[in-house]
Write a protein that binds this ligand. Structure first.
Ligand SMILES: *Cc1c(COP(=O)(O)O)cnc(C)c1O
Length: 243
């Protein structure tokens, strides 16, 4: 199933790119692997996909070793608590897409500095204004970017958002447009140490709309691996968090 599903995703990306007049090579697929066992992730890696993202450090640590032979590129896409930074940095993570507050950035910076490392990050923006989702408020994004720009171990590469989840996928479009607008505003500031070329937006349901609105990374879980056992509130809503 996984390989057929990947084929279907590839087709959807090609169709969306055609419609939007974009080159499919501009759109990277990140496999959102929360709750997916390592052996199923391996199938996707064997099919040639390389970019994967976990939401929880604990799940990353459980699957990391068994995926290493296939050399995936790991992004972290979940809400990151400051007390999990140390654990997260034990793994070879290429990018943390979910940086959404200055105190988190500071703590990350201090750990990275001590280890003599740098880290690519993205700023997660709450474009749907839902309380249940993480991310910096749209109007506070530039301020946050400017402050983080002063932390030399953190390399801002782009912006990430989760579009409004609704039966009507068009509801996500204004979220993606807003992220693109914020990207343009940040670019106009020409902030040293900041490049916001990546837009990580679009998931299984709304990837076509995200591609039309300029996504460079789409994050796909369900459409590749099937329905998850846990509701997404387990990952996205702090009040539903179980530690
Ligand atoms: C789970 C998840 C996805 C993938 O969602 P699907 O609808 O299953 O494709 C994308 N981004 C984040 C941050 C996620 O937690």
């Amino acid at each position: 199933m996984v390989t057929e599903n990947l084929q279907a995703i590839k087709q959807r990306i090609e169709n969306a790119c055609k419609k939007a007049g974009r080159d499919p090579r501009e759109v990277k697929v990140l496999l959102a692997t929360k709750t997916v066992p390592a052996d199923r992730i391996q199938l996707a890696l064997q099919a040639g996909y390389t970019l994967i993202g976990e939401n929880k450090v604990q799940e990353l640590s459980q699957k990391y070793e068994s995926l290493q032979p296939l050399q995936p590129t790991h992004h972290f896409i979940g809400h990151l608590q400051t007390n999990k930074i140390k654990d997260l940095l034990k793994y070879n993570i290429t990018c943390i897409q979910s940086v959404d507050r200055f105190d988190l950035a500071c703590k990350l910076h201090h750990r990275l500095q001590a280890q003599g490392r740098t880290m690519d990050i993205m700023i997660q923006v709450n474009t749907s204004a839902e309380d249940s989702k993480f991310g910096v408020a749209p109007e506070s994004t530039i301020d946050l970017v400017q402050r983080i720009a002063g932390l030399h171990t953190l390399k801002i590469r782009g912006l990430m958002t989760i579009g409004l989840l609704s039966a009507d996928i068009e509801q996500a479009r204004p979220c993606f447009r807003l992220l693109k607008q914020i990207q343009q505003q940040i670019k106009a500031f020409n902030i040293p140490n900041v490049s916001v070329s990546e837009l990580s937006m679009g998931m299984s349901g709304d990837l076509e709309i995200a591609i039309e609105e300029g996504a460079t990374i789409i994050r796909i879980g369900t459409a590749v691996f099937g329905k998850r056992r846990y509701p997404d509130s387990y990952y996205w809503n702090e009040s539903a968090y179980v530690q």
